[in-house]
Design a protein around this ligand. Sequence first.
Ligand code: TYM
Length: 331
Amino acid sequence: KKTVVSGIRPTGYLHLGNYFGAVRNFLRMQEDFNCFFFIADIHSLTTHPTPENLQSGVKQVLAEYLACGIDPEKATIFIQSDVPEVTELYTFLNMNAYLGELERTTSFKEKARKQPENVNAGLLTYPVLMAADIIIHKANFVPVGKDQEQNLEMARKFAKRFNRMYGKKVFPTPKPFTFGGADLIKVPGLDGSGKMGKSEGNAINLYDDPKDIRKKVMRAVTDAGPTEMNAEKPEPIQNLFTLMGIVSDPEVVQHYEQAYANCQIRYGDMKKQLAEDIIGYTSPIRERIIEILEDDAYLAKVARLGAEKARESASRTLEEVKSIIGFKRLF
Ligand code: TYM
């Protein structure tokens, strides 16, 4: 069986971007692959959460993973900080990660711009830790959204570099994964431009109440509508259609496409439909999240079982790596 690794930072509720960019693929992959799905709590330290926020964020994502249908009997679900082998490998990989390439990473440049008061070394070496997460389980595939493409490219580079340096094929080259070879997806926000993100303030969360979802969708940016037939769509309108393409039936999308092309579109109707189709996905998940959040004993059991399985796999690789590096004692 091929191995799969992917993680999500516990920095807030899971939103439609996380679900359609990542979790939906996790659900299908757990049936056929050896899967490791984790909560990237160490990565989330780059933005300095309080201990309380860190703890509740981890609990939330764990409950959300389970509520979405990730099955601890099929996949290994674990919390990154429960597997210290990862940070040990990260230290080794850092010795072959170069300042120039790390500084050129888009996500580093973006974050350095967004939080100029906190450009810490963890932000710089973020892709190295991510590479360690992935290659410590010798992953073949990494299901992620479009925004993680470059980080994954770095992971491939670090894996290959280690292999080359020691002349051994220790790590497979991890590939981005989507079903049917489709492009990695980017779920747009509904505030006019860009992607949906936890820190963009434009996210529709799986945990949102249906009332809130209707409100958020109805507030989405639109315009007065096209004035000529078959007009090109401005970005906010395209985003609305993109989201509809993800959550709604093809006939429904077709209907609104036609209406747009004929200059007869009514965005109010379209948004009402979109909200209901989103709620169709989120509301059963939301109910399960609420239930699972009540059950600390179950959450603890899942985390313990996952940590055990993940450590077993990680320590196997780490032993191999240490002996290859030369940490084997000759005395
Ligand atoms: P994070 O926590 O930002 O996002 C988790 C997953 O959700 C996807 N995603 C999206 N996909 C499509 N459209 C969007 N608008 C959208 N927003 C988020 C992300 O692509 C990701 O798949 N660095 C990672 C966490 C990580 C990781 C790893 C991932 C740490 N180690 C190892 C894979 C493998 C991150 O910050 O994701």
